[in-house]
Each structure stands twice: as structure tokens, then as C-alpha cells.
Design a protein around this ligand. Structure first.
Ligand SMILES: [Zn+2]
Length: 217
């Protein structure tokens, strides 16, 4: 396994998590961030949600706080771009990316899947690569009505405690979403279980990502 967690090989000391909507980061990479933070005690995490609002901001803060409890340092930024309209206010979103790109150089970036069929997700994925051309980027998955899951090529095997904490965090923090057809604990467990099968995870559960480019040495 590539030594992301090793002290001697490409240590991950600074992580950036980008999510279009309030619960995207927790759903896409919550277990992996938990695992990374358990592996190292000196990690900084910058967490950015693009389409928060007054109702959902407390939920987003609660979700982020639960995942980031083990971070040495963290920042949670909630922007209020219009949900479902990100590509249509793309110039403002792009300007914000320019500000982020000028201010931080993370070792590892979690962003949306570039072939995601949700327009907000896809825009963030594209702007991630525009902004950071020499950083390691992992694209996470969000299950949805469109059925756009692909064939990921990076896996993170999760411990049972990380799986449970991720699912409970999503369920408890985002109570406003519980009436949505797809928003069930089973949905989140099912995707992690399938990815666990694909990488033969000892616990049975994993998160999976798409990596377009990896500079090895
Ligand atoms: Zn989303």
C-alpha cells in the first residue's frame, strides 16, 4: 500500500475537504478522514462547504466537528452559494477557488467525482484541478438517483468503529435530510460494503476514490 500514513513516505499533514452541499464530505470521505486523523495527531484539516444556509449551517458544523475531533488544527468554512445553481454562478465560485488556491497548499485534497452527474459536484471537481495542479486529489463518491457511480481505483479500508462513527454522524447531524428517500443508514453502509468487497477489507467496509494522477516520487 502506498505510504500515505507513513512518517517516511509522503506524510499527509494538511488535508483539504471540498463539498458542494452540507453533508457531501461526511458521506464521501468521512471514514477516511477519521482514519487519517487517528493515524496521525498533527494533521491540519480545512473543510469547505459551498452551499450552506441558515437552516443547514448548524448541521454542517455538527457533522464537521464530529469528524474533525482528532485534528490538531481545523477550519470549517461555510459559503452560501445557491444550491443546484453552482455552474450558473461559476465566476463567483471560481474567484473563491482562486482565493483558496492562493492561501493553502494541502498535501491531500478530497473533492467530488469529476464524472458526477450533479452539476454542483462536477463543477467543484473541475475547479479543484484548475486550482491545485501539483497536489494529490482524491475524488469521492455520492450515491444518488442518477446512478452515476463509477469504477474507483483507490480504496481505504475502514475499521468497524470508523464505519459506525461515520454513519451515526451523518444520521445524527443531518436530521433535516431524513425524509429524503435515499437518506438512510443502509444507503451509506451498502456503498461502503460494496467497496469493502472490492478491496477485500478485513472489516468488510471501505471508502473508495478516483485518482486521476499520482506523482509517485
Ligand atoms: Zn451534494
Amino acid at each position: 500500500m502506498f505510504g500515505l500514513l507513513s512518517e517516511t513516505h509522503a506524510p499527509v499533514g494538511h488535508i483539504l475537504c471540498l463539498g458542494a452541499h452540507c453533508d457531501d464530505i461526511e458521506i464521501g470521505c468521512g471514514g477516511t478522514v477519521l482514519k487519517l486523523l487517528q493515524a496521525r495527531s498533527d494533521v491540519r484539516v480545512d473543510w469547505v462547504v459551498f452551499t450552506s444556509d441558515d437552516e443547514r449551517a448548524p448541521e454542517a458544523r455538527a457533522g464537521a466537528a464530529a469528524i474533525l475531533a482528532g485534528a490538531a488544527e481545523s477550519s470549517v468554512v461555510l459559503r452560501e452559494f445557491r444550491q443546484r445553481y453552482l455552474p450558473f454562478v461559476g465566476d463567483e465560485v471560481k474567484e473563491f477557488f482562486d482565493e483558496l488556491g492562493a492561501s493553502i497548499r494541502p498535501d491531500l485534497i478530497f473533492t467530488h467525482y469529476r464524472e458526477d452527474l450533479h452539476q454542483d459536484h462536477r463543477l467543484l471537481a473541475e475547479l479543484t484541478y484548475n486550482t491545485w495542479r501539483d497536489r494529490l486529489v482524491l475524488e469521492y463518491e455520492i450515491p444518488k438517483w442518477d446512478g452515476d457511480l463509477g469504477r474507483p481505483n483507490v480504496y481505504v479500508r475502514l475499521e468497524p468503529e470508523q464505519v459506525e462513527r461515520k454513519v451515526e454522524t451523518i444520521w445524527e447531524a443531518f436530521a433535516s435530510q431524513r425524509d429524503k428517500h435515499w437518506f438512510t443508514k443502509e444507503t451509506f453502509l451498502a456503498l461502503m460494503r460494496l467497496r469493502g468487497v472490492e478491496c477485500k477489507a478485513p472489516s468488510g467496509y471501505a471508502e473508495a476514490f478516483h485518482c486521476r494522477k499520482l506523482v509517485l516520487l
